[in-house]
Write a protein that binds this ligand. Sequence first.
Ligand code: HEM
Length: 87
Amino acid sequence: MRDPSGPPRRLRASTGLHFAVDIKPLFRERDRRAMTFLFDLWDYEAVKSNADAILAATATGDMPCDGAWPVERVDLLRHWIEGGCQP
Ligand code: HEM
């Protein structure tokens, strides 16, 4: 059961996103291959450690280099980060 003394409801709402379910599938095999020189986009710890840079790159449309993400996709990533990068 959830700890009733946990974070307030507003914070809890944004923790509903998880890397394995919501974030990892955003990265194509092609993205992963292209970016291995910097980090592994399918690895939780790597994405968590580089989350701000990854958000910046996708929000500006610089990455992926073959077509910017739609804003909803960038927002999903942002909400996952704001929710504390849940695995
Ligand atoms: C810290 C964030 C990132 C940095 C600094 C970064 C930097 C780079 C650089 C320097 C290249 C090689 C040169 C180029 O083709 O432009 C590259 C290629 C690429 N990146 Fe990123 N990247 C980042 C995040 C991402 C993310 C989050 C994705 C996917 C969602 C992505 C997808 C790609 C793809 C698909 C290529 C291959 C382009 C090609 O060879 O056709 N990158 N990235």
